[in-house]
Design a protein around this ligand. Sequence first.
Ligand SMILES: [Zn+2]
Length: 349
Amino acid sequence: MASAYTTPGLVCSHHHLYSALARGMPAPPRTPHGFLEILELVWWRLDRALDLDLIHWSAMLGALECLEVGCTAVIDHHESPQAIEGSLSVIADACAEVGVRASCAYGVTDRHGAEGARRGLAENERFLRAGGDGYVGVHAAFTCTDETLEAAAGLAADLGVGVHIHVAEGEADAPAAERLADLSRPDWLLIHGVHLPDQHALQGTLVHNPRSNMNNAVGYARPARFEATGNPVALGTDGIGSDMLDEFRIAYVRLRESDVTAGPETPWQWLSTGWDLMPEARNDHVTWNYAAMEPWHLAFSPGVRPERVEVAGEEVWADGRSTRVDAAEVRAKAAEAAQRLFRRLDDLD
Ligand SMILES: [Zn+2]
C-alpha cells in the first residue's frame, strides 16, 4: 500500500545550479528584446560575475531546493568565465554535502576567445579524469568555432562520456543541426532543440525545458516529434528550480495545447528518461504526501511534496528538513552571497 506514495528520486536532466542566486537580481541595463539579448544582457553578465564562493553557495542552495521537491539527481551545465578552474568540483562537492547526486559539465565557448575555450575544455578534462561524474559541456554551437566543437567531441569520446550542449534553442542556433551532424553520438545531451528541423541527423537524448522555452519566447520544441528521429526525450528545468513534477505538468499542458488527444503518459515518459541518464537515482526513494503517484493524477495535482527522501540508502530529507545541513544557515549564507553577486553585477560595464 505504501508503494503508491513512493517513487525513485526524480532527475533534472538539464539544470544551471548557478542560477539559484539570480532570483531578484538587478534589472539588466535595458530590456532584452529577444533570446540573444536575454543571453547578452542577463545570463552572460551573470556568469561573468561568478567566483568560486558564489558558485559554492548557489550550488548549496540549489541542491537543498532539489531535495525539497524530491529531485535527487541533477545534470548540471555550468559557466563562470572569471572562475573556470575548479568550478566543477565546487558544484559536485556542494551537492555531495547536501546529499544530491550531480553530473557536471563546463560549458565551453569561444565567447571569451580561444584561450577561454581552452580553459573550459581543460576544466571538463580535469574534473572527469579525476573521477568526476559528468559530460564534456559546450555552451552552444553558435558561440563556438568548428575547431572547438571538434575538440569537445574528441575529448568526450576519449573519456567515454557524452557532450552536454544547448542545441537550436533560438533561431540563431538553427545551423547547429548541420554543424553537429557528424560529431554527435547517442550519449550526447541535446538541450532544447526548438529550432531543429523535423528531419535531422543528430544523435542523443533531447532535453525539453518547457517553462524556460516559454519564458524566453523561443517557441515550442514539439518534443513528441523526436520519436521519429530516434532521440529519447528527457525533461529539465534549465535552471528554474528543480521541481520536476511541476516541469512534467507544464510539459503536459504545452503538449496538450498543441494536441488535445495527447495524454500525460507521454510527458511522464520524458520525465522517466532521466532514470536512463542517471540510473543510480532509481535506487533513491521518495515518499510523497500524495497517494497516487501516477501521471493522470499528478498532471492535475500541484503542490505534491516529499515527506522523506532517501539517497543511496541514507535519509537526507525528513519531516520537511535536511538531515545533512542546517537549511536556515544555507539560506542565510546564500542570501548574503546573492547580495554580493548583485553588487558585482552593478560593477560590470
Ligand atoms: Zn540551459
